[in-house]
Structures are given as structure tokens and as C-alpha cells.
Design a protein. Structure first.
Ligand code: GLU
Length: 443
């Protein structure tokens, strides 16, 4: 069964970059009727926080990304230790005693000599006696995975054929001196135990993949398929990594971005549809294909997302927002139709609702004109045609037209320079309030 995993580290809020990774996994698995594993990579006990895990879950739910399976790496230490023991037994995991200082010094020497700063495997040459001596001096080893030093190849479902020679890589440290696992081994052990079939993640992991493929094999497992997507970059081509704090889903939500706007943008950025609101996750999943992602970096431009958000709101039918409006004490399809073209974010409805129910402090620049207008307000009932008849009558009585006619009416009736179409708003304001406002009374 197709199984993917999204594996965030709970060391911060979910940002647009990893939200996109989650989304691509979700769309892929929805399309292929598989399972989505949410795996919390919390092996770094110092930086992982339960509140971040909660926030990540909440933000995924907000996007509509549900998981079928859940795991926390910190609860799987036994499985990780068992995997490590197997690697030790087969000679692929070896103890090293170099201090960080020593390693740094060696690296600097290599760089000075024009050599790549790859771990020299000195620890592999240690005899049992050497090790015993190190330990007698109170030294505790860290453990490295012995790479095969050969060419690792895979057909990446986004990048095509990839080949990485692990002879150019340092044997990765899997276990620290203090016994804690680094990300690599727990990740592979869990991918094996949960029968993950596809690893879809950012292209910053391409090099890790070579070592991980070797780890899968060393643990007797067939490596899953891999797909590495391009990372998001800023509107000006800059890396987003430095601004990620300001690009959390939490902040987008606070800024009034609709979840489906975020989903639409993150699913389509990098394509010509990037600015179009998409109807649903189901529709996106239906047409999803990893091959369509392409290798060009995808942009994340907050201004583009805001525009998309506005477009999405402008297209929402009343039925889609009835409950949300009701929660704010607002009812009426007529109101929604009148104001939705003016919304940048949903919360703007509150202010616009006040234009209807008041109180509005009218702005009267010419009391005589306003009084004439007031005298021409027709009797109710009012509808969409009322505004046209009313303004025609005022034009006839005052000789005004264009902005000279409409602008003072808007200022008097709404107290604002701009706003929703008065043709739609006037019947909602109603005669009593309209009359009062034209007389300069707050209503
Ligand atoms: N916890 C890792 C990260 O956030 C997971 C990477 C992966 O998908 O393997 O980068």
C-alpha cells in the first residue's frame, strides 16, 4: 500500500516551506489511495517542544491535511537501538573517539591542502586494544555509519536519474557521545517499520538520500522511491530560510489567509496556475502528479498569496460562509453579495457590516446638496433599482453628475471615501438610516 510520511521536527512553527512538503505528500497519497504518516522527528530532546508538536498538528488540520498514522520518534528508541545493534554486528557502525576539536583541526588541514573535508576514517583502523585504551581514559565513542564508497543511484520521481558517489561523503555520525541518535538512523528505521513506500521531501535532502539508501540496504530493506521537490524561494529569488519565522502558517492565518488560498498557492506555485484559487483538496489531488512539479525553484510571494486570497473570497457563494457570518452576528445573502468584492480578508466583513447597521458618522460637505438628496429618497420597498432612480432624481434636481454627484452621497451614506457598490448597499441600509445620514445624523 502506498505510504508516505511527513516528518517535521517539533522545534518551531510549521512554515510555508514544510507545509508545502506536507501538502505534496498529502495530494500524492490521496491520488493513490494510500496512507499518510505524520511522524514527529523529536530525537533532539533539547530543541523539541510538545507545544510545537501541537501547533504543527493544528496547522495541518487547518490546511485540511489529515493523517492516517501517527508516530513520535522519541517513543521508538528501542527500535532505533535494535537497528543500531544490527549495524554494529555487521560492521557498518563503528566507534570513533575524536573530539570535535580534533575533527575541526583535521578538517582545516584538509581544506588548507586543497582536499575535500571528508572524514578520514582514522577510527576504522583502531584495533580492539586501541579502543580499550581510549575507553580506559574515559573516552566515550560516537558512532559512524560506514558508507560503501560507491555510486548510489536512484530514479528520483521529480529530478530524474540521480547519482551520488558516497566516496565523496563523510561517514555520517548516527549516534552521539551522549548516546542520542541523530536524525539519520531513526528516520530510516521508522521508514522501514512503517513500510513507507515514497519519500517526498525538499531537495535539501538529496545528499542525505545517498547515505540513507545505503542504510536501508544495510538494514536489509528495499529503499522506498524518492522525490525531491525544489525549495521555495522569495519573490526576489532569495532563500526563504532566513525569514521562515515570519512565514509560519500561524501568521498567515492571523493575517486572514483562507486555508484554501494557502493550499491553492502552495500546490501551484511555480506553475501558470499559481494565482488561481483552486476548488478543493480533492480536485487538486485528482490532477496531481509528481512529474508536474518540475525542477525550477518555486516562488513564495506574500503579495501574490494575498491577491489569491482576495480572489478566493470574491468567488465564495453565500452558502459557503453563512455559518461564519452568523458567528459574527451577520446574516443576509444580499449583504455578502454587496461586500465580497471589497474583501481582502474575511474579517473585513465586520467593518462593512457597520456600514449597514450603523452607527455611521456621515461626512457632509455640502448640507444643501445633502438636504436636496434627502428630499428625493423614494418610499420603500427598496431594491437594486432604487439607487439608479434616486441618483437620477438628485441629478435632475441639482444638475450634478459623475463624481460631483456620487462622491458626496457616498460620504454621507457611509462616512467613507470608498466601499461596496451603493446600488447593493442602499437597500440594506434602508430608508430610516439613509435619511438620517443625509441629514448629517449619526445612524
Ligand atoms: N525531520 C526532518 C526535517 O524536518 C525530516 C526530513 C525527511 O523528510 O526525511 O528535515
Amino acid at each position: 500500500m502506498t505510504t508516505v510520511r511527513f516528518a517535521p521536527s517539533p522545534t518551531g512553527l510549521l512554515h510555508v516551506g514544510n507545509a508545502r512538503t506536507a501538502l505534496l505528500n498529502f495530494l500524492f497519497v490521496k491520488k493513490n489511495a494510500g496512507r499518510f504518516l505524520l511522524r514527529i522527528d523529536d530525537t533532539d530532546a533539547g530543541r523539541s517542544k510538545p507545544e510545537y508538536e501541537e501547533a504543527i498538528k493544528e496547522d495541518l488540520a487547518w490546511l485540511g491535511i489529515a493523517h492516517d498514522l501517527f508516530a513520535r520518534q522519541s517513543e521508538r528508541a528501542d527500535a532505533h537501538r535494535a537497528a543500531a545493534e544490527r549495524l554494529k554486528a555487521s560492521g557498518r557502525l563503528y566507534p570513533c573517539y575524536e573530539s570535535q576539536l580534533e575533527l575541526d583541526r583535521r578538517r582545516q588541514r584538509q581544506i588548507a591542502a586543497g582536499k575535500p573535508p571528508v572524514y578520514d576514517r582514522a577510527a576504522l583502523a583502531l584495533t580492539a586494544d586501541d579502543r580499550a585504551k581510549e575507553e580506559a581514559q574515559g573516552r566515550v565513542p560516537h558512532w559512524r555509519f560506514k558508507l560503501s564508497q560507491s555510486k548510489v543511484k536512484w530514479r528520483d520521481l521529480i529530478r530524474g536519474d540521480v547519482e551520488i558517489d558516497t566516496a565523496h561523503l563523510s561517514d555520517p555520525v548516527l549516534i552521539r557521545e551522549d548516546g542520542r541518535f541523530l536524525y539519520t538512523l531513526p528516520s530510516v528505521a521508522d521508514d522501514i517499520d512503517f513500510a513507507v513506500t515514497h519519500i517526498i521531501r525538499g531537495e535539501d535532502h538529496v545528499t542525505n538520500t545517498a547515505a540513507q539508501i545505503e542504510l536501508f540496504e544495510a538494514l536489509g530493506a528495499t529503499p522506498p522511491a524518492f522525490a525531491h521537490h525544489p525549495l521555495l524561494i522569495g519573490a526576489g529569488g532569495e532563500a526563504l530560510s532566513k525569514r521562515l519565522g515570519s512565514l509560519s502558517l500561524r501568521l498567515l492565518r492571523q493575517d486572514g489567509i483562507e486555508p484554501m488560498a494557502a493550499v491553492s498557492y502552495l500546490a501551484k506555485t511555480g506553475t501558470s496556475d499559481a494565482t488561481a484559487p483552486q476548488p478543493s483538496l480533492d480536485a487538486l489531488a485528482e490532477e496531481f502528479a509528481l512529474e508536474k512539479i518540475g525542477r525550477a525553484p518555486a516562488h513564495f510571494d506574500p503579495a501574490e498569496l494575498s491577491n489569491l486570497n482576495a480572489k478566493l473570497l470574491h468567488g465564495l457563494p453565500y452558502e459557503a460562509v453563512t455559518a461564519r457570518l452568523a458567528a459574527l452576528g451577520i446574516t443576509g445573502a444580499g449583504f455578502w453579495d454587496a461586500v465580497k468584492p471589497n474583501l481582502a480578508r474575511f474579517a473585513d466583513v465586520r467593518e462593512l457590516w457597520l456600514l449597514v447597521v450603523g452607527p455611521v458618522t456621515p461626512v457632509i460637505e455640502d448640507a444643501g446638496f445633502a438636504a436636496t438628496a434627502a428630499a428625493h429618497l423614494p418610499p420603500e420597498p427598496w431594491d437594486d433599482a432604487t439607487w439608479g432612480g434616486f441618483t437620477k432624481a438628485v441629478a435632475g434636481a441639482t444638475g450634478r453628475k459623475g463624481r460631483e454627484l456620487y462622491h458626496p452621497l457616498r460620504l454621507a451614506l457611509t462616512g467613507r471615501e470608498h466601499g461596496p457598490e451603493l446600488k447593493k448597499l442602499l437597500p440594506l441600509i434602508g430608508r430610516t438610516r439613509a435619511l438620517a445620514r443625509l441629514k448629517g445624523e449619526s445612524a
